[in-house]
Write a protein that binds this ligand. Structure first.
Ligand SMILES: [Mg+2]
Length: 395
């Protein structure tokens, strides 16, 4: 079936919020981030700052060199998160199929909403207007028959872009773009392709599937389809997500490692509980750490046997944390998530060792107690140490 996918991406989100709230910054080069003397990095740059070559993730010291009049604003993540939630609410007015991919962008599958709102174009324009009316912020909108095309389209005329790519325009839209724009193509792959004379997405079509697979393995297949504008990935709303997780943003950045472990234990327990409630198990456990300067790392471990036991999830998360020690910077956010989900298979239990069976029995009892007396009725020992309440947000 022909789909209609919209990608909405806020323009220079953090910087735009600051320019909106500080009218004296309007039209000026503004960045959000840490100070250069604290080895800060640029979290977001206004379009005026970008003219000087300032980019996000750039060291602040370098940014100041490029633009001596740069206005550096400390981040107000609470505010960005609040605005983000409100913007996502606008999207849900048009479709339940909203997949948020970062704080300031989301995919919407509006195929089923066209009866109500006529066209995808109409929905896209209305969303842009609503975001402006409610938040005095601008967004760029891209519309296409799939996620890949929609995302490239939203980036096409930023800021305040509006690009609609009809199915019969996909080839003419994609062909002239540099091959780097294809998802998953990094420096190395791009270099290999360039050496073969492949500069644009259109050029890449000259390579056969066999050739691409021989060159890049599994990724070759992806390149083959994406350069032809073929992308079947669905828009996955949160409740059907293939992963689930919990994260905490601390009110103060954390350097106390034992506290981190205790919170990891609590998160692992919540994630485990959600898996067990849904009769699901996971194979992959992922740790997310965001440092005080907003640098974010994500580390995963995939287990041979699927699990939904708090203890096993916690053990894996602990190992991942240990690999990041000593902490290079204070931590502002800790997240635990699980993916590679499968349905709980009762028979599989017999494959577990006696210890796991005992652990599973014990978990059943504690789950029952939690159900009856609330989540804090039974907590892993690791959590008790860190019974502080300085969370910014728990979701
Ligand atoms: Mg953006």
């Amino acid at each position: 079936m022909l789909r209609q996918i919209i990608h909405v991406d806020m323009d220079a989100f953090f910087a735009s919020v600051e320019q909106r709230d500080h009218p004296e910054f309007a039209g000026k080069p503004v960045v959000v981030g840490g100070k250069p003397e604290t080895r800060g990095v640029v979290a977001a740059a206004s379009y005026e700052a970008r003219k000087f070559g300032v980019r996000s993730a750039m060291a602040m010291a370098l940014a100041v060199k490029k633009c001596p009049d740069l206005i550096i604003v400390p981040p107000r993540h609470h505010e960005y998160e609040r605005v983000s939630r409100s913007i996502m609410e606008i999207f849900y007015q048009f479709t339940p199929l909203v997949e948020q991919i970062s704080i300031d962008e989301a995919f919407l599958d509006v195929t089923g909403s066209l009866g109500l709102f006529q066209t995808a174009e109409n929905i896209g324009r209305t969303i842009q207007q609503k975001i402006w009316q409610v938040h005095a912020l601008t967004a760029s909108v891209g519309i296409g028959p799939n996620k890949f095309v929609a995302k490239l389209a939203s980036d096409f005329h930023k800021p305040q872009g509006f690009t609609m790519v009809h199915p019969d325009q996909v080839a003419s839209f994609l062909d002239p773009l540099i091959v780097h724009t294809i998802w998953g193509i990094g420096e190395k792959t791009a270099l290999t392709l360039n050496k073969l004379g492949i500069k644009t997405v259109g050029d890449a079509k000259s390579l056969s599937l066999t050739r691409l697979e021989a060159l890049f393995g599994k990724q070759g297949k992806q390149i083959f389809y994406l350069c032809r504008g073929i992308d079947e990935r669905p828009v996955v709303p949160e409740h059907e997500a293939k992963s689930l997780g919990k994260e905490i943003t601390f009110s103060q950045d954390i350097i106390d490692v034992s506290y981190l472990f205790s919170i990891a234990g609590k998160l692992a327990d919540q994630v485990g509980l959600r898996l067990r409630k849904g009769s699901k198990q996971c194979r992959t456990v992922t740790l997310k750490l965001r440092y005080c300067d907003w640098e974010t790392i994500s580390r995963s471990h995939t287990c041979t046997d699927p699990t939904n036991l708090t203890k096993t999830i916690y053990q894996n998360i602990s190992l991942l944390i240990k690999k990041e020690l000593p902490l290079k910077k204070p931590v502002r956010l800790l997240g635990v998530s699980v993916s590679n989900l499968c349905s709980e298979n009762v028979q599989q239990q017999s494959l577990f060792g006696a210890q796991d069976v005992r652990e599973a029995e014990l978990t059943k009892v504690t789950d029952h107690l939690k159900e009856k007396y609330g989540e804090m009725a039974v907590v892993p020992g690791s959590v008790l140490y860190g019974k502080k309440t300085n969370f910014r947000k728990m979701d």
